[in-house]
Design a protein around this ligand. Structure first.
Ligand SMILES: [Zn+2]
Length: 88
């Protein structure tokens, strides 16, 4: 499990907070009372989405959203969907 506040991995989950996002139990957890309190603050402020430490998320390349400038690339799903049309 990864703490949803401090992003430490292999934690012993202390609190389950999935209900804040209507997620299933055990899918979102924090490792300590501090993380629980801080994350609750972020959720209430609505700033949780922006709480992403670079250590984790900075490694990923930032791709523009495929929907941002129209359909530049098809997802697999869209592709098979189109194929189905031609095969009928
Ligand atoms: Zn934590």
């Amino acid at each position: 499990m990864i703490c949803s506040y401090c992003y430490k991995s292999q934690i012993m989950p202390k609190h389950d907070v999935g209900h804040w996002w209507n997620n299933e139990q055990d899918s979102v957890v924090v490792c300590s009372d501090e993380c629980y309190a801080e994350l609750e603050k972020l959720v209430k402020e609505g700033t949780w989405l922006y709480h992403k430490p670079e250590a984790i998320f900075g490694k990923k390349k930032h791709k523009p959203s495929p929907n941002f400038e129209g359909p530049q690339s098809l997802t697999d799903k869209q592709f098979t969907g189109d194929l189905g049309k031609f095969l009928k």
